[in-house]
Design a protein around this ligand. Structure first.
Ligand code: 9WO
Length: 254
Protein backbone atom coordinates (compact mmCIF):
# COMPACT_ATOMS: atom_id res chain seq x y z
CA UNK A 1 0.00 0.00 0.00
CA UNK A 2 1.49 3.28 -1.10
CA UNK A 3 0.02 6.77 -0.87
CA UNK A 4 1.47 9.66 -2.84
CA UNK A 5 0.06 12.91 -1.47
CA UNK A 6 0.23 16.13 -3.47
CA UNK A 7 0.12 18.93 -0.89
CA UNK A 8 1.53 22.36 -0.07
CA UNK A 9 1.57 21.30 3.61
CA UNK A 10 3.22 17.87 4.08
CA UNK A 11 3.85 18.68 7.77
CA UNK A 12 0.09 18.37 8.33
CA UNK A 13 0.45 14.60 7.89
CA UNK A 14 2.62 14.14 10.99
CA UNK A 15 -0.31 12.68 12.99
CA UNK A 16 -0.42 9.79 10.50
CA UNK A 17 3.34 9.21 10.26
CA UNK A 18 4.25 9.83 13.93
CA UNK A 19 1.33 8.08 15.64
CA UNK A 20 2.28 4.81 17.36
CA UNK A 21 0.34 2.11 15.51
CA UNK A 22 0.55 3.69 12.04
CA UNK A 23 4.24 4.65 12.40
CA UNK A 24 5.17 1.09 13.42
CA UNK A 25 3.27 -0.33 10.45
CA UNK A 26 5.01 2.12 8.11
CA UNK A 27 8.43 1.14 9.53
CA UNK A 28 7.48 -2.52 9.00
CA UNK A 29 6.85 -1.69 5.33
CA UNK A 30 3.11 -2.43 5.43
CA UNK A 31 2.35 0.95 3.88
CA UNK A 32 4.29 3.97 2.66
CA UNK A 33 3.65 7.66 2.21
CA UNK A 34 5.46 10.11 -0.12
CA UNK A 35 4.82 13.82 -0.54
CA UNK A 36 4.90 15.86 -3.70
CA UNK A 37 4.85 19.61 -3.07
CA UNK A 38 3.52 21.73 -5.98
CA UNK A 39 5.85 24.50 -4.82
CA UNK A 40 8.81 22.32 -5.85
CA UNK A 41 7.48 22.39 -9.42
CA UNK A 42 7.49 26.17 -9.89
CA UNK A 43 10.08 28.20 -11.79
CA UNK A 44 9.67 31.80 -10.55
CA UNK A 45 11.49 33.36 -7.59
CA UNK A 46 8.28 33.53 -5.55
CA UNK A 47 7.53 29.85 -6.22
CA UNK A 48 3.97 30.80 -7.16
CA UNK A 49 1.34 28.06 -6.92
CA UNK A 50 -1.82 30.18 -7.29
CA UNK A 51 -3.27 33.02 -9.34
CA UNK A 52 -6.42 35.15 -9.64
CA UNK A 53 -9.57 33.55 -10.99
CA UNK A 54 -10.64 34.22 -14.60
CA UNK A 55 -14.02 35.95 -14.48
CA UNK A 56 -13.17 37.60 -11.19
CA UNK A 57 -14.31 36.86 -7.69
CA UNK A 58 -12.69 36.44 -4.30
CA UNK A 59 -9.67 34.33 -3.46
CA UNK A 60 -7.08 32.54 -5.54
CA UNK A 61 -7.03 29.39 -7.69
CA UNK A 62 -4.31 26.72 -7.70
CA UNK A 63 -2.30 26.68 -10.93
CA UNK A 64 -2.64 23.55 -13.06
CA UNK A 65 1.02 23.18 -14.02
CA UNK A 66 2.69 22.62 -10.61
CA UNK A 67 -0.03 20.06 -9.73
CA UNK A 68 0.36 18.36 -13.11
CA UNK A 69 4.13 18.03 -12.68
CA UNK A 70 3.79 16.77 -9.11
CA UNK A 71 1.46 14.00 -10.36
CA UNK A 72 3.93 13.17 -13.17
CA UNK A 73 6.71 12.67 -10.60
CA UNK A 74 4.50 10.63 -8.27
CA UNK A 75 3.61 8.34 -11.20
CA UNK A 76 7.29 7.98 -12.18
CA UNK A 77 8.25 7.10 -8.60
CA UNK A 78 5.50 4.48 -8.40
CA UNK A 79 6.56 2.97 -11.73
CA UNK A 80 10.21 2.87 -10.58
CA UNK A 81 8.92 0.80 -7.66
CA UNK A 82 7.21 -1.60 -10.06
CA UNK A 83 3.65 -0.42 -9.48
CA UNK A 84 0.80 -0.69 -12.00
CA UNK A 85 0.16 2.23 -14.38
CA UNK A 86 -3.55 2.63 -13.54
CA UNK A 87 -3.25 4.16 -10.08
CA UNK A 88 -6.30 6.21 -8.99
CA UNK A 89 -5.70 9.97 -8.77
CA UNK A 90 -8.06 11.11 -6.02
CA UNK A 91 -9.06 14.71 -5.36
CA UNK A 92 -10.41 15.52 -1.89
CA UNK A 93 -13.49 17.66 -2.54
CA UNK A 94 -16.86 18.31 -0.86
CA UNK A 95 -18.49 17.64 -4.25
CA UNK A 96 -16.94 14.15 -4.47
CA UNK A 97 -18.41 10.73 -3.75
CA UNK A 98 -19.05 10.25 -0.03
CA UNK A 99 -16.33 8.09 1.56
CA UNK A 100 -17.50 5.19 3.74
CA UNK A 101 -16.34 1.94 5.36
CA UNK A 102 -17.06 -0.11 2.21
CA UNK A 103 -14.79 2.16 0.17
CA UNK A 104 -12.13 1.96 2.92
CA UNK A 105 -12.33 -1.84 2.66
CA UNK A 106 -11.91 -1.75 -1.14
CA UNK A 107 -8.94 0.60 -0.87
CA UNK A 108 -7.32 -1.60 1.78
CA UNK A 109 -7.19 -4.34 -0.87
CA UNK A 110 -5.64 -2.02 -3.48
CA UNK A 111 -2.10 -0.70 -4.14
CA UNK A 112 -3.03 2.78 -2.84
CA UNK A 113 -3.54 6.06 -4.65
CA UNK A 114 -2.23 9.49 -5.55
CA UNK A 115 -4.19 11.95 -3.40
CA UNK A 116 -4.55 15.61 -4.36
CA UNK A 117 -5.09 18.14 -1.55
CA UNK A 118 -6.31 21.52 -2.78
CA UNK A 119 -5.97 24.89 -1.06
CA UNK A 120 -7.26 28.43 -1.61
CA UNK A 121 -10.67 28.77 -3.33
CA UNK A 122 -10.12 25.83 -5.64
CA UNK A 123 -8.09 24.21 -8.39
CA UNK A 124 -7.90 25.06 -12.12
CA UNK A 125 -10.58 22.79 -13.62
CA UNK A 126 -8.29 21.79 -16.52
CA UNK A 127 -5.99 19.93 -14.09
CA UNK A 128 -9.03 18.11 -12.63
CA UNK A 129 -10.36 17.21 -16.09
CA UNK A 130 -7.00 15.94 -17.33
CA UNK A 131 -5.60 14.07 -14.30
CA UNK A 132 -8.16 13.34 -11.57
CA UNK A 133 -9.90 9.94 -11.78
CA UNK A 134 -11.90 10.07 -8.50
CA UNK A 135 -13.29 12.86 -6.31
CA UNK A 136 -13.90 11.95 -2.67
CA UNK A 137 -15.74 13.76 0.14
CA UNK A 138 -15.71 12.87 3.84
CA UNK A 139 -18.89 14.85 4.53
CA UNK A 140 -21.01 17.87 3.68
CA UNK A 141 -18.78 20.59 5.05
CA UNK A 142 -16.05 22.82 3.67
CA UNK A 143 -12.50 22.69 5.02
CA UNK A 144 -9.67 25.14 4.33
CA UNK A 145 -7.87 22.42 2.39
CA UNK A 146 -8.06 18.76 1.41
CA UNK A 147 -5.35 17.63 3.87
CA UNK A 148 -7.54 16.87 6.90
CA UNK A 149 -9.98 14.92 4.70
CA UNK A 150 -7.07 12.94 3.22
CA UNK A 151 -5.76 12.17 6.74
CA UNK A 152 -9.14 10.83 7.83
CA UNK A 153 -9.49 8.70 4.72
CA UNK A 154 -5.96 7.25 4.86
CA UNK A 155 -6.25 6.50 8.59
CA UNK A 156 -9.42 4.49 8.01
CA UNK A 157 -7.73 2.50 5.22
CA UNK A 158 -4.38 1.91 6.97
CA UNK A 159 -5.93 0.43 10.12
CA UNK A 160 -7.58 -2.25 7.95
CA UNK A 161 -4.26 -3.48 6.51
CA UNK A 162 -3.18 -6.90 7.82
CA UNK A 163 -0.59 -6.51 10.61
CA UNK A 164 -1.43 -2.88 11.51
CA UNK A 165 -3.63 -3.51 14.55
CA UNK A 166 -2.32 -5.80 17.29
CA UNK A 167 -5.72 -7.39 17.68
CA UNK A 168 -7.17 -8.58 14.37
CA UNK A 169 -10.62 -8.74 15.97
CA UNK A 170 -10.89 -5.04 16.75
CA UNK A 171 -11.05 -4.02 13.07
CA UNK A 172 -13.57 -6.80 12.44
CA UNK A 173 -15.94 -5.60 15.20
CA UNK A 174 -16.15 -1.90 14.30
CA UNK A 175 -19.39 -0.07 13.83
CA UNK A 176 -20.37 -0.34 10.14
CA UNK A 177 -18.26 -3.44 9.51
CA UNK A 178 -19.91 -6.69 8.40
CA UNK A 179 -19.02 -8.27 11.79
CA UNK A 180 -21.89 -6.21 13.21
CA UNK A 181 -24.11 -6.64 10.14
CA UNK A 182 -23.75 -2.91 9.42
CA UNK A 183 -25.25 -1.93 12.80
CA UNK A 184 -23.72 0.55 15.26
CA UNK A 185 -21.48 -0.83 18.00
CA UNK A 186 -22.80 -1.60 21.50
CA UNK A 187 -21.53 0.37 24.56
CA UNK A 188 -18.22 -0.55 26.20
CA UNK A 189 -17.30 -0.63 29.92
CA UNK A 190 -14.08 -1.11 31.87
CA UNK A 191 -12.96 -0.79 35.51
CA UNK A 192 -13.94 0.45 38.03
CA UNK A 193 -17.15 -1.54 38.48
CA UNK A 194 -18.90 1.57 39.89
CA UNK A 195 -17.93 5.01 38.59
CA UNK A 196 -19.56 8.09 40.14
CA UNK A 197 -22.50 5.96 41.35
CA UNK A 198 -22.95 4.42 37.89
CA UNK A 199 -22.71 0.61 37.89
CA UNK A 200 -21.99 -1.48 34.81
CA UNK A 201 -24.75 -3.68 33.34
CA UNK A 202 -25.01 -6.89 35.44
CA UNK A 203 -24.94 -9.19 32.41
CA UNK A 204 -21.33 -8.20 31.66
CA UNK A 205 -20.26 -9.73 35.03
CA UNK A 206 -22.32 -12.91 34.56
CA UNK A 207 -19.66 -14.83 32.67
CA UNK A 208 -22.47 -16.19 30.46
CA UNK A 209 -21.07 -15.53 27.01
CA UNK A 210 -24.26 -16.40 25.20
CA UNK A 211 -26.23 -13.86 27.27
CA UNK A 212 -23.48 -11.25 26.83
CA UNK A 213 -23.49 -11.75 23.08
CA UNK A 214 -27.30 -11.41 22.99
CA UNK A 215 -27.19 -8.26 25.20
CA UNK A 216 -24.61 -6.66 22.89
CA UNK A 217 -26.68 -7.52 19.83
CA UNK A 218 -29.77 -5.93 21.40
CA UNK A 219 -27.83 -2.81 22.41
CA UNK A 220 -26.59 -2.54 18.81
CA UNK A 221 -30.14 -2.90 17.52
CA UNK A 222 -31.48 -0.35 20.03
CA UNK A 223 -28.83 2.31 19.36
CA UNK A 224 -29.04 1.81 15.61
CA UNK A 225 -32.87 2.02 15.63
CA UNK A 226 -32.67 5.25 17.65
CA UNK A 227 -29.88 7.02 15.78
CA UNK A 228 -29.61 5.46 12.32
CA UNK A 229 -32.88 3.77 11.36
CA UNK A 230 -31.59 3.75 7.76
CA UNK A 231 -28.96 1.16 8.80
CA UNK A 232 -31.72 -1.07 10.28
CA UNK A 233 -33.54 -0.99 6.92
CA UNK A 234 -30.30 -1.84 5.08
CA UNK A 235 -29.54 -4.80 7.38
CA UNK A 236 -33.12 -6.06 6.98
CA UNK A 237 -32.94 -5.81 3.16
CA UNK A 238 -29.72 -7.86 3.26
CA UNK A 239 -31.45 -10.54 5.35
CA UNK A 240 -29.14 -9.95 8.33
CA UNK A 241 -31.91 -9.64 10.96
CA UNK A 242 -33.43 -12.87 12.33
CA UNK A 243 -36.76 -13.44 14.12
CA UNK A 244 -35.22 -12.70 17.55
CA UNK A 245 -33.83 -9.39 16.24
CA UNK A 246 -37.20 -8.41 14.75
CA UNK A 247 -39.02 -9.32 17.98
CA UNK A 248 -36.58 -7.17 19.97
CA UNK A 249 -37.01 -4.21 17.58
CA UNK A 250 -40.79 -4.54 17.91
CA UNK A 251 -40.49 -4.55 21.72
CA UNK A 252 -38.65 -1.18 21.56
CA UNK A 253 -41.69 0.51 20.01
CA UNK A 254 -44.09 -0.43 22.88
C1 9WO B 1 -14.63 23.59 -2.27
C2 9WO B 1 -15.97 23.70 -2.52
C3 9WO B 1 -16.99 24.41 -1.89
C4 9WO B 1 -18.30 24.31 -2.40
C5 9WO B 1 -18.55 23.50 -3.50
C6 9WO B 1 -17.52 22.81 -4.11
C7 9WO B 1 -16.24 22.90 -3.62
N1 9WO B 1 -15.10 22.31 -4.02
C8 9WO B 1 -14.14 22.72 -3.23
C9 9WO B 1 -12.77 22.28 -3.37
O1 9WO B 1 -12.47 21.32 -4.04
N2 9WO B 1 -11.87 23.00 -2.72
C10 9WO B 1 -10.44 22.73 -2.72
C11 9WO B 1 -10.11 21.75 -1.61
C12 9WO B 1 -9.74 24.01 -2.43
C13 9WO B 1 -10.26 24.60 -1.14
C14 9WO B 1 -10.16 23.60 -0.01
N3 9WO B 1 -10.59 22.29 -0.36
C15 9WO B 1 -11.45 21.56 0.36
C16 9WO B 1 -11.66 20.18 0.33
N4 9WO B 1 -12.26 22.06 1.28
N5 9WO B 1 -13.00 21.08 1.82
C17 9WO B 1 -12.66 19.92 1.26
C18 9WO B 1 -13.25 18.66 1.60
C19 9WO B 1 -12.75 17.49 1.09
C20 9WO B 1 -13.36 16.28 1.42
N6 9WO B 1 -14.43 16.25 2.25
C21 9WO B 1 -14.92 17.38 2.78
C22 9WO B 1 -14.34 18.61 2.46
Amino acid sequence: MRFDVVTLFPEMFAPLTDNGVNARARNKGIWDLQFWNPRDYTHDVHRTVDDRPYGGGPGMVMLAEPLDKAVDDALLARKAQGAKAEVPVVLMSPTGRRFNQNIAQEWAESDGAIIICGRYEGIDQRFIDARVTHEMSIGDFVLSGGEIAALAMMDSVIRLLPGVLNDNQSAVCDSFHSGLDGLLDSPHYTRPEIYKDQPIPDVLKSGNHKNIERWRREQSLRITAERRPDLIHKARKKGLLDKKDEAFLLSLKT
